[in-house]
Design a protein around this ligand. Structure first.
Ligand code: PBG
Length: 331
């Protein structure tokens, strides 16, 4: 006999905080968090980003201090994105400069906070004069194989600097396999690949493009010919399956909250570690609403993080990582 109302009352177990706590199915800790940061040249320099309140670009020396703090708060990893102020070029030569901003930042962080996992983005958009993630032909079409050849050089430069994970975010075909092969050939078989596998052509990346300074160069062009159409779910599954076959160690779904169905589906289907990226536009929405007093930033951010964990994320990239880690540490 199965009990039903009024014998069964679901609210009985919700009345007290001890039973509510006992029944909570999902947990989150700083070890689930990856903090994306924007790096600039110079010393003791910071720059505010208008569309991302509370987020600042930092020079490497300041970044190292922040990395040490992140590690002391138990944050799992840090993901580096460059704001390149030197000249951007059609062929993105700076992307694979072994002594460029990103390789130097990796070395500095690894030397001072070795316990922190460091992730670097593999894509050309911070370096190209046209703001696309790859090289383009005369018509503006993004060339696949020519781009992959440059991404390999970029990944090798990052691996040589001692990065833990390279994270190709460019969505070119075949880049995971090609990068894996090149890394192995060069002896970097321990360098892991976090594949932005289910990366959608989203409109929530706007503030990020301001932060890395690609927005003005990109202008009105879109990334629709390489990122996934946001109406599609099966296609995202195929991208994940291919990246697994090509040797990805971990997958990513991006953006986050509007794509929880994709995250849950990827986790259920592939049973491997999945990261989710709460992107700049999602963060900007939370910040804007809370600045108006319409939402509580702390409570809503934590709710989104739990939602990602509930849907199956092992790791969450969020611009709120340091805030959340401080709260979780009782600070
Ligand atoms: C590009 C890249 C983007 C983000 C991470 N890597 C933007 C894009 O594809 O245009 C977005 C992150 C965010 O919005 O927070 N290689």
């Amino acid at each position: 006999m199965s009990a039903t109302y009024p014998t069964l009352r679901m609210r009985r177990m919700r009345r007290d905080s001890f039973t509510r706590a006992m029944m909570r199915e999902t947990s989150i800790s700083p070890a689930n968090l990856i903090w994306p940061v924007f790096v600039i040249e110079g010393e003791n320099r910071t720059q505010a980003i208008d569309s991302m309140p509370g987020v600042e670009r930092m020079s490497i020396d300041l970044l190292v201090e922040q990395a040490r703090e992140a590690a002391s708060l138990g944050v799992f990893g840090i993901a580096l994105f460059p704001m390149v102020e030197s000249e951007k070029t059609p062929y993105a030569e700076e992307a694979y400069n072994a002594n460029g901003l990103i390789p130097r930042a990796v070395k500095a962080i690894k030397a001072n906070a070795p316990e922190l996992m460091v992730i670097t983005d593999v894509a050309l958009d911070p370096y190209t004069s046209h703001g696309q993630d790859g090289l383009i032909d005369d018509s503006g079409y993004i060339l696949n194989d020519e781009t992959v050849a440059v991404l390999i050089q970029q990944a090798l430069a990052h691996a040589a600097s001692g990065v833990d994970f390279v994270a190709p975010s460019d969505m070119m075909d075949g880049r995971i396999g090609a990068i894996r092969e090149a890394l192995d050939e060069a002896g970097f078989f321990q360098t892991k690949i976090l594949a932005y596998s289910a990366k959608f052509a989203s409109h929530f990346y706007g503030p990020f493009r301001d932060a890395v300074g690609s927005a003005t160069f990109l202008g009105k062009s879109s990334k629709d010919t390489y990122q996934i159409d946001f109406g599609n779910s099966d296609e995202a599954m195929r991208e994940c399956a291919l990246d697994i076959e090509e040797g990805a160690d971990m997958l990513m779904v991006k953006p986050g909250l509007p794509y929880l169905d994709i995250l849950a589906r990827v986790k259920n289907e592939f049973k491997m570690p999945v990261a989710v990226y709460q992107v700049s536009g999602e963060f900007a929405m939370l910040k804007a609403a809370s600045a108006n007093g319409w939402l509580d930033y702390k409570k809503c951010l934590m709710e989104t993080l739990i939602a990602f964990r509930r849907a199956g994320a092992s790791a969450i990239l969020t611009y709120g990582a340091m805030d959340a880690a401080r709260w979780m540490n009782g600070k």
